[in-house]
Design a protein around this ligand. Structure first.
Ligand SMILES: *Cc1c(COP(=O)(O)O)cnc(C)c1O
Length: 510
């Protein structure tokens, strides 16, 4: 293609920014100062936002007149600041390893505000039982093991929630996807036999599910299944009092649905060869062409979602139960059942960003700009999670910042001008061909320069530290907690591990 501009018109995917995160991104010189001091990559978390998000979930429970608890799925982020801030709210926490459980206990959560989920080794189960947390049990063998530990170590009766899966509507089609976790709804009877044998050691307080899907239909089926399971428990003489609807409420990452629609349409055209490629090496994000026909499906997170987070929970509770017909929230209320939820990603919405410094800008033989960052694909794993979203350019010199060229996108031939919109490939700092921060070309309002920062917004859920490694002895990002200072547009910060709610909760200092 020679030097012809590969991209005729910018295809932006602007991040959705709520006021707190937007205001932080406008403080470019503050962010540059932090990276100058602490290095690149650098992660920033916003504890106050986390508390606000938990409150949004709570208010959904109130709207449906339900009692219950919101458990933050800790695995979404390792931050101490976020966990400690939540400890000082009314929220609870879902720990998926002995390390997360220790972190929660050491951050101020008491056992009655913790639930443990996921695969459990005996040490994890023992600490959970010792600390009086609720065990979300995967199946009969875990119940057996828990009962054995309770007796052997003379621990108090352990509260357990039964994780179920494989729900059906009216006994025909299995609507919920297969999961390697939980006990099939069909095997509930056997599970209750196990519980009967261990009544002295285990107190089944409820049932639940966690489905890794965005489908509301699957979740209404599962929730109705849980309402039936609660009845089964009551018939067998147990006293269940909660249903746990798991996590998976999601985030709407993008500001504009039209950009998302246009981008995915153009991506399809590119895979079909009807327009120049939009990705490194023609990567198709799950799409491919065989004999002129489009195959596969886009393996991407639905980055623009009309309903996500607390609004998704609200929608679930407002939906009619598939066979009982009345709203699920009403049915929960009538069965005197509390609602537990375990949002991970959704509670971290707008709670952080990842900064990477631009090290080098050069061009490929085809004149496409390559931008190398002082971070790698493990430091900002948006791609790994299928989230396509543009970073925000924060120039070193303080010139007009911002991501998507609301201003400059004058269209057509501007695509390769140094001062106009440009499509760049973002490369990481590892000696690996695969170390691409994005597999797609990303449009920026202008070509970055060494020393500029790229800010990846909204990475606090799984995309910040879940996959970070010390590969090649590159530094792992430090993490800082920030909150608004007393003066307008001022920020205060501390290292994540130095954060304690005391003295850091804006306006609530003692
Ligand atoms: C990961 C996980 C969650 C959180 O899922 P999100 O999609 O981040 O909301 C909740 N519960 C369990 C059991 C999990 O494994």
């Amino acid at each position: 293609m020679g030097n012809a501009p590969l991209y005729l018109e910018p295809l932006y995917l602007e991040p959705r920014l709520e006021p707190r995160l937007a205001s932080l991104l406008e403080s470019a010189s503050f962010l540059h100062t932090l990276v100058d001091a602490l290095g690149s990559p650098l992660n920033i978390v916003l504890p106050e936002q986390m508390a606000e998000n938990a409150e949004r979930f709570r208010s959904v429970l109130r709207r449906h007149q339900l009692a219950g608890q919101i458990f933050f799925a800790h695995k979404a982020n390792r931050s101490s600041a976020l966990v400690r801030r939540l400890a000082s709210s009314s929220a609870a926490l879902d720990a998926a390893s002995v390390g997360e459980l220790q972190h929660a206990l050491g951050s101020g959560f008491t056992g009655d505000r913790i639930m443990v989920t996921g695969p459990k080794d005996p040490e994890f189960l023992w600490l959970a039982a010792r600390a009086g947390v609720t065990v979300n049990a995967d199946g009969a063998s875990e119940l057996e093991e828990a009962a054995r530990l309770v007796r052997a170590y003379r621990l108090p009766r352990l509260r357990v929630v039964l994780r179920l899966s494989g729900f059906e509507t009216s006994g025909t089609r299995t609507l919920s996807r297969r999961s390697r976790f939980g006990t099939s709804y069909k095997s509930l009877d056997g599970l209750l036999d196990t519980l009967e044998r261990h009544q002295d050691a285990l107190d089944p307080i409820g049932v639940g599910y966690h489905l890794d899907t965005t489908s509301l239909d699957e979740k209404t089926t599962a929730l109705e299944g849980c309402l039936r399971a609660v009845e089964e428990l009551r018939i067998r003489g147990f006293q269940p009092r909660a249903i746990d609807v798991g996590g998976g409420f999601g985030i709407s990452y993008l500001a504009r649905g039209d950009q998302w629609d246009r981008y995915t349409t153009e991506l399809t055209h590119a895979v079909m060869g009807r327009r120049p490629p939009m990705t490194w090496g023609g990567h198709g994000y799950g799409l491919r062409v065989e004999n002129g026909t489009l195959r596969g499906s886009l393996s991407l997170y639905p980055a623009h979602r009309p309903i996500a987070g607390a609004a998704y929970l609200d929608e679930l509770l407002s939906r009619p139960a598939p066979s009982l017909g009345r709203p699920l929230g009403t049915l929960l209320l009538e069965s005197l059942t509390d609602l537990y939820a375990e949002p991970g990603r959704a509670l971290t919405d707008q709670c952080g960003l990842s900064l990477g410094k631009v090290l080098e800008v050069r061009r490929t033989e085809a004149a496409e700009p390559l931008v190398r960052l002082a971070m790698n694909a493990g430091d900002v794993s948006l791609e790994e999670h299928g989230v396509l979203m543009d970073p925000v350019l924060l120039p070193r010199d303080g010139a007009t910042p911002r991501a998507a060229g609301v201003a400059g996108a004058s269209g057509a031939a501007g695509a390769s001008r140094a001062d106009g919109p440009v499509a760049v490939h973002l490369m990481g700092n590892l000696c690996l061909e695969a170390d691409l921060i994005t597999r797609r070309a990303v449009f920026l309002p202008r070509l970055p320069q060494p020393g500029d920062l790229l800010a990846f917004a909204n990475t606090a859920g799984y995309c910040m530290d879940f996959t970070a490694t010390r590969a090649q002895q590159q530094p792992v990002a430090r993490k800082v907690a920030v909150h608004a200072g007393e003066e307008a547009n001022s920020w205060r910060w501390c290292l994540d591990e130095q954060y304690w709610p005391v003295g850091h909760m804006g306006g609530q200092q003692a």
